[in-house]
Unconditional design. Structure first.
Length: 122
């Protein structure tokens, strides 16, 4: 079991394993059996076992388990409100972003050719 994970360098499998081990620890700290958690969350016992073993489950299952453990408020920390901040609204001319735009490179990507220098006088 993982104790601490550096999320900035961890792989998705390491993060998944950490989350699953934390869910098991929280379940045990709340004195829930796997059967009780399955019943409270409306999820099959086998799915609870797979979740605690670090196997993939659906997002719906994950959310149901969080709700059964009383952890649904933690989702707000995981996915903070994406509302535009006042300073961003000023910088964007008062409008909220509707779509993403690819970043433009700082350099000119055209091919340089000998004798094609601008401002070169002969």
């Amino acid at each position: 079991m993982l104790n601490k994970v550096d999320f900035s360098i961890a792989t998705s499998d390491q993060i998944e394993g950490y989350i699953c081990s934390q869910i098991k620890k929280i379940r045990l700290s709340r004195n829930f059996t796997q059967v009780q958690l399955a019943k409270e969350s409306g999820v099959a016992i086998g799915t609870i076992r797979r979740l605690e073993e670090g196997e993939s489950v659906t997002i719906n299952t994950f959310i149901r388990v969080l709700i059964a453990l009383g952890l649904q408020q933690n989702l707000e920390t995981l996915l903070p409100d994406s509302s535009i901040r006042p300073i961003e609204r000023v910088n964007n001319g008062g409008s909220e972003r509707k779509r993403a735009r690819p970043k433009q490179s700082d350099t000119d990507n055209s091919t340089w050719v000998w004798g094609d220098e601008s401002g070169d006088k002969k």
